[in-house]
Ligand binder design. Structure first.
Ligand code: 13P
Ligand code: SF4
Length: 326
């Protein structure tokens, strides 16, 4: 998109935002021009917190469907729009609510912790929600006498089992973007840049997490790079985050981790480290959703009600001082 076109759309969006009394919330993986027009850019946890406290009448959620649903669950009386209604998530798809309900019936002592990357119907079946930014705290705070069931990300679940030492039954879902990173790519980049910290998202495979210097959510990555004395970082997550890293850490360099194909061979002919769902949103679609107040997120009343408590429980636990968090 040309700079002139982006500037013209940004002006239209800014005017519509005022007219609608709207707030624009954008995930760290959104395209740069959307990040630049947003009122708030952050990770899933930061976005849920913003959604829980906004005074705006309309929330334009520039992220994927489950994130906009979370905003609607927290604001049932407000209009929540998503620029592209088909912006889904491979993790959400991996866990149909009826299959989760069937598994829950096999053990009445299950305490279900659902990664926020799941449908509203799965949230409604869960005891507590978590994000990659607070999964460790949420698992530590879970009742000690219950059997933990963690859905739907097996890799995040494995990582939290390692950090907390708490066993959990794991759903077998994954993020199709993060499992594309392989140890061969990290070994290659480590050999070329032996002193550069490697930062990886916990949705990555264990073989990748084990080679990383830091494993954390996208927001914590930004914080780490801002505070670190290093001038260069290898980033093992969706490439959209590099825009914000460059903006907020001037003078520092960010190297996207190389991606290998299924044969574990280097590849540069695909866009593996881009989430096709996150990239469905465009500046034009942001303008259109504010203009038309559509596509809107609508959910059945019983799902809205049942899904709210586990999200609020997550927000409460995350807001507690660390010593009280369990
Ligand atoms: P964050 O929790 O870091 O926002 O990650 C969300 C996500 O979808 C990662 O793929
Ligand atoms: Fe889902 Fe992965 Fe895309 Fe995040 S990057 S929204 S987990 S498919």
């Amino acid at each position: 998109m040309t700079a002139d076109r982006a500037a013209a759309l940004t002006r239209e969006i800014t005017a519509l935002k005022q007219e609608r009394n709207a707030v624009i919330l954008a995930h760290n993986y959104q395209v740069p021009e959307i990040q630049d027009v947003a009122d708030y850019v952050g990770d899933s946890l930061g976005l849920a917190r913003q959604a829980a406290t906004t005074n705006a009448e309309v929330i334009a959620f520039c992220g994927v469907h489950f994130m906009a649903e979370t905003a609607k669950i927290l604001n049932p009386g407000k209009i929540v729009v998503l620029p592209d209604k088909d912006a889904g998530c491979s993790l959400e798809e991996s866990c149909p609510a009826d299959q989760l309900a069937a598994l829950q019936k096999t053990n009445p002592n299950f305490y279900t912790i659902a990664y926020i990357n799941c449908s509203a119907a799965v949230k409604a079946l869960s005891d507590c929600i978590c994000t990659s930014g607070n999964a460790d705290r949420i698992v530590r705070a879970a009742p000690k006498d219950r059997d933990l069931l963690f859905v739907p990300d097996e890799n995040l679940g494995q990582w939290v089992m390692e950090t907390t030492g708490r066993p959990m039954k794991l759903w077998r879902g994954d993020c199709y973007v993060h499992v594309e990173f392989r140890k061969e790519g990290l070994q290659q980049v480590r050999a070329a840049h032996p002193h550069t910290p490697i930062i990886a998202h916990p949705e990555c495979l264990k073989e990748v997490r084990d080679l990383a210097d830091v494993v954390c959510s996208t927001e914590k990555m930004i914080d780490f790079c801002r505070k670190s004395a290093s001038k260069q970082f290898v980033v093992v997550t969706e490439s959209g985050i590099i825009h914000r890293l460059r903006k907020e850490c001037p003078g520092k360099e960010f190297l996207p981790a190389p991606v290998f194909d299924v044969m574990r061979m280097p590849t540069d002919n695909c866009r593996c480290s881009e989430c096709k769902y996150m990239k469905m949103n465009t500046l034009e679609k942001v303008r259109d959703c504010l203009k038309n107040l559509s596509p809107r997120i609508e959910l059945p009343a019983d799902i809205l009600d049942r899904a709210r408590r586990p999200i609020e429980r997550m927000l409460e636990i995350s807001a507690q001082p660390i010593e009280n968090a369990g």
